[in-house]
Design a protein around this ligand. Structure first.
Ligand code: PXG
Length: 446
């Protein structure tokens, strides 16, 4: 029980004032789903039911819930120094965290800029890319290339390079100018029910050459992609696709940004997807698993050559006019360091590699169930795509999500795709439970 809530507010709160994010507010408030506590692999609802967490909260609680080490580190930091600025000042724990992160980063990405969320990490990386080219005397390189179905958060930059229609259409005229998009890589005809990485579609990366031919390389600052798209319903990179993007970027001096807000910190069996796919980008955006979701924090990993390009001019001049009051907030740093300790001690940054085969088998066992039109998986990520009901897209997916929740398993629904990304501490029995519940629900939902 939360000490700040009266018993009535804890079980039956007044719902009107909270304008909920990415939520059907009226539907939710008519039939609320309230989570009150969490431990290990489980949430407990306000009315006392246990729910197995199949999505690590929102792709962030990689080490499982209620980790005492994080609680203690945060508590201690709050008592020692609850806040300190990082503009023209510093605190040791921020440097310590940056050093620790540099050690697990792909080669060369050892300069770390701190933010408070994935959206801020993305906008930060886009700004660094543009300012980097300017610092090298190529200030005309301002164009940004994203991808259809991409999700890069909700800042104006991230929204503009993103490719999910509902996140864009309401804000149309406010998009950044000078943005173009690659095609997405989801293809049911060639790749439905691929196990792991699909074989067809590497050539889609060649579209980047087409965009270069259209706009000229000298106008393009960066390409940003999620190695695996999460929010759009788990879209995988075809074999060789990311390598090809890297080659084309190298050829034209374009920066490659991997948005690893979801794939970072062990989700795909290596610390980062960059390592899993053996492709080294110039910038990596992260958040979520950085602190196990316990305190908001994001980080942008930058190639040293990018950082170095800024380190010129008079030594008393600020090199990058960008940052947040809470960049490297000491309490977030404490949470992140404790999280990284847990990941290292328990081998969680590579555990998904050992679980990925049983996970793949479990998820693909749902093939053949009614309405299932595709199943996708990689690392500890899985998605089951259902055929939409005629004229009512998303309703079948929502019904499946709701019934799973009622039966004690939390999955994530995006349109008619059910996405799963359990904490990396999951045990085989819990994988079974998720899949059995989802399978039973899919059989029932018309
Ligand atoms: N980039 C990527 C790749 C993300 O997945 C963000 C940026 C933005 O992060 P913040 O911390 O600003 O929310 C994300 C966020 C889902 C889901 O259901 C995914 C996200 C957020 C909410 C829901 O797939 N990812």
């Amino acid at each position: 029980m939360n000490a700040r809530l009266t018993p009535a507010a804890a079980t039956n709160p007044e719902l009107d004032a909270f304008w909920m994010p990415f939520t059907a507010n009226r539907q939710f408030k008519a039939n609320p789903r309230l989570l009150a506590r969490a431990k290990g692999m489980y949430y407990t609802t306000a009315d006392g039911r246990e729910v197995l967490d199949g999505v690590a909260g929102l792709w962030c609680v990689n080490a499982g819930h209620g980790r005492r080490e994080i609680t203690e580190a945060v508590t201690q930091q709050l008592e020692t120094m609850e806040f300190a600025p990082t503009f023209q000042m510093g605190h040791p724990i921020a440097f310590e965290l940056a050093n620790r992160l540099a050690k697990i980063a792909p080669p060369g990405l050892d300069r770390i800029f701190f933010t408070n969320s994935g959206s801020e990490s993305v906008d930060t990386a886009l700004k660094i890319a543009i300012a980097y080219h300017r610092a090298r005397g190529a200030g005309q390189r301002t164009r940004l290339i994203g991808r259809e179905k991409g999700y890069h958060g909700v800042g104006f930059g991230g929204m503009s390079v993103g490719g999910m229609v509902n996140n864009r259409k309401f804000f149309g005229s406010s998009m950044l100018p000078g943005v173009d998009h690659l095609s997405h890589t989801l293809d049911h005809e060639h790749n439905a029910f691929s196990r792991g990485i699909p074989q067809w579609g590497m050539h889609l990366a060649n579209e980047l050459e087409r965009l270069v031919a259209l706009h000229d390389a000298s106008t393009i600052a960066a390409v940003i992609v999620e190695p695996i798209s999460g929010s759009a319903g788990v879209v995988l990179p075809p074999a060789g696709y990311l390598k090809r993007l890297r080659e084309i970027c190298d050829k034209h001096d374009i920066l490659l940004i991997f948005d690893e807000v979801i794939t970072g910190f062990g989700r795909v069996g290596k610390p980062f997807a960059a390592q899993a796919f053996d492709v080294t980008p110039d910038l990596i955006t992260t958040a979520k698993g950085l602190t196990n979701g316990a305190i908001p924090m994001g980080a942008v990993f930058s190639q040293r050559k990018i950082y170095d390009a800024f380190m010129q001019g008079p030594e008393n001049s600020i090199e990058l006019f960008h940052g947040y009051t809470y960049s490297a907030h000491p309490v977030a740093c404490a949470a992140a360091l404790a999280t990284q300790d847990i990941y290292a001690k328990e081998g969680l940054l590579t555990r998904a590699a050992t679980l990925s085969a049983p996970w793949e088998n479990a998820v693909h066992s749902l093939r053949g169930l009614p309405h299932v039109i595709d199943i996708r998986n990689y690392g500890l990520i899985g998605a089951v795509e259902l055929e939409p009901r005629q004229g009512k897209p998303g309703t079948r997916g929502f019904d499946v999500f709701l019934k799973c929740f009622e039966r004690g398993v939390m999955v994530r629904q995006t349109g008619d795709t059910i996405a799963m990304s359990p904490p990396l501490v999951i045990e085989p029995k819990q994988i079974e439970r998720i899949i059995e519940t989802l399978g039973a629900v899919i059989r029932e939902v018309e």
